[in-house]
Write a protein that binds this ligand. Structure first.
Ligand code: UDX
Length: 470
């Protein structure tokens, strides 16, 4: 098929590279010439493990990038993957979606039937909006010349290639039979895993080889649009929940790593998204929960559980900052070292991260801040220009003469650090691991005053870590 992906961000570039890998002639459109040039030179416009390799393998072969909409004329399926940032009131700003719809409308071909796919996360009802903009700009008739469908993306940053090639489910919201048939044909490769294993070298990973095929779920458009928001909000609630339990564990002396493990053994609960952190953040959960809450308020249908999860998440950021303030007493003039600025590992995405909240709390009470992140420092600095902090290229530089270290993001690189050398650099060996990720007993053995969240400070390595055969 002839595929077009509008937007070369976290959604469009991954989706485009995936369909090109599966043999479809795929063109990514971006209005930013620099990104287009980058893709044409075989490089990814975003940091995502494995994406550079895919783009360089397929560019000029089945993958193309341009900065204009002419290619829409030849397209069978056009994915819209542009950003939908939050407006100040929490609702999603649809200006880029509208521009994309106008661009499509102006170039749609009356001689063929084209499916337009909303892949961006968009409020319920946006497919209708896109359809009317295309109709206005093209003069063509919906359902005769084109149809708009919803196909929400569930890609996790850092694992986007795994998720695009081996998804749990593909959700298609369509009210048009022809569009539904074309989407089903397009996704056959991913659903049936044809030639997957011969091609696995190109995917740059060799995991998930259990070959469990994804569920292909067809529904109406509005339900598909809602599935995306409801899923992300549910995951946010789940994390807020375990983080609250962690806070209670800390007071009562229980170990939240054991608690989440024990809970997760119940198949109704599952073990995913029960890892403690300083709170969820990033480019999706805050934006999606804000949009859902704003819309629900407008329609007089308040969502108390999600509202509480958002509040609880802010409390979790504060809880971490308070824990350090209590532990190190006055932070005035003290130096705190932060490891990790991105909202999770394997991404350069530093939008809306808990680091920006926690660092501000330290700065307010007079602490000096040093930071390191393997990929996120450039974006973090650009988004937080007013923060007076020292950016270090090496974690060892962060450790130099600090009064406390805080690990916010569980990059593997931090587990692999030479912690003895880190210990030699610090002024005070206090370390808070907000992800319960490091080997605390080892860290204590070499002299660190190490603690995690919700695990108490004396027993760290969970004795309940074993499921015993009886
Ligand atoms: C999310 C959704 O998972 C994905 O399906 C959707 O399409 C886009 O939004 P993403 O934002 O990339 O993906 O990150 P995700 O892996 O879901 O993590 C979100 C945040 O929750 C991160 O800050 C992460 O560190 C945190 N988290 C996750 C926890 O604190 N604990 C957990 O157990 C899991």
């Amino acid at each position: 098929m002839n595929i077009v992906c509008i937007g070369s961000g976290y959604v469009g570039s991954v989706t485009g590279a995936a369909f090109a890998t599966l043999g479809h002639r795929t063109t990514v459109i971006d209005i930013d010439r620099k990104k287009v040039e980058l893709i044409n030179s075989g490089k990814s416009p975003i940091y995502e493990p494995g994406l550079d390799e895919l783009i360089s393998s397929y560019i000029g072969n089945t993958l193309f990038a341009v900065d204009h909409y002419e290619v829409v004329r030849e397209a069978d399926v056009v994915f819209i993957g542009v950003g939908t940032p939050s407006k100040p009131d929490g609702t999603a700003d649809l200006k880029y979606i509208k521009l994309a719809a106008q661009g499509i409308g102006k170039h749609l071909n009356a001689e063929r039937f084209t499916v337009i796919v909303n892949k961006s996360t968009v409020p319920v009802g946006t497919a209708d909006l896109v359809s009317s903009i295309i109709e206005e700009n093209s003069g063509l008739i919906p359902n005769e010349h084109f149809a708009v469908v919803s196909n929400p993306e569930f890609l996790r940053e850092g694992y986007a290639l795994e998720d695009v090639f081996f998804p749990d489910r593909i959700v298609i919201g369509a009210d048009n039979e022809r569009a539904r048939a074309m989407m089903s044909a397009l996704y056959q490769g991913i659903v049936q895993r044809e030639n997957y294993f011969e091609k696995s070298a190109d995917f740059q990973f060799d995991y998930k080889l259990d070959n469990k095929k994804p569920d292909y779920f067809e529904t109406d458009i509005k339900s598909a649009e809602m599935i995306k928001y409801a899923s992300n909000a549910f995951l946010a609630v789940k994390i807020s929940y375990i983080n609250e339990i962690a806070r209670l564990c800390e007071v009562l002396g229980a170990d939240v790593t054991a608690v989440s493990k024990g809970m997760g053994l119940d198949s109704r609960i599952g073990n995913k998204f029960l890892q403690v952190s300083s709170g969820w953040s990033g480019s999706c959960f805050p934006k999606d929960t804000a949009e859902l809450l704003a819309t629900s308020r407008k329609y007089g249908c308040e969502l108390g559980v999600i509202e509480a999860a958002v509040q609880s998440n802010l409390q979790m950021h504060n809880f971490v900052a308070d824990k350090i303030k209590r532990r190190l007493k006055s932070l005035n003039g003290k130096t705190i070292g932060i490891l990790g600025l991105t909202f999770k590992p394997n991404t350069d995405d530093a939008r809306n991260t808990q680091a920006s909240v926690i660092i501000r709390e330290f700065a307010e009470v007079g602490a000096r801040i040093k930071v390191h992140d393997p990929q996120g420092m450039t974006m973090f600095r650009a988004l937080n220009p007013e923060l007076d902090i020292a950016y270090c290229d090496d974690p060892l530089e962060v450790a130099e003469q600090v009064d406390g270290l805080v690990l916010l993001t569980h990059w593997q690189e931090y587990a692999d650090l030479d912690w003895k050398e880190m210990f030699n650099k610090v002024r005070t060996p206090y370390l808070l691991d907000t992800r319960n990720f490091l080997d605390h007993s080892y860290l204590r053995e070499i002299g660190f005053d190490a603690e995690g969240l919700g695990v108490g400070s004396s027993k760290q390595e969970s004795r309940a870590d074993k499921t015993v055969a009886v």
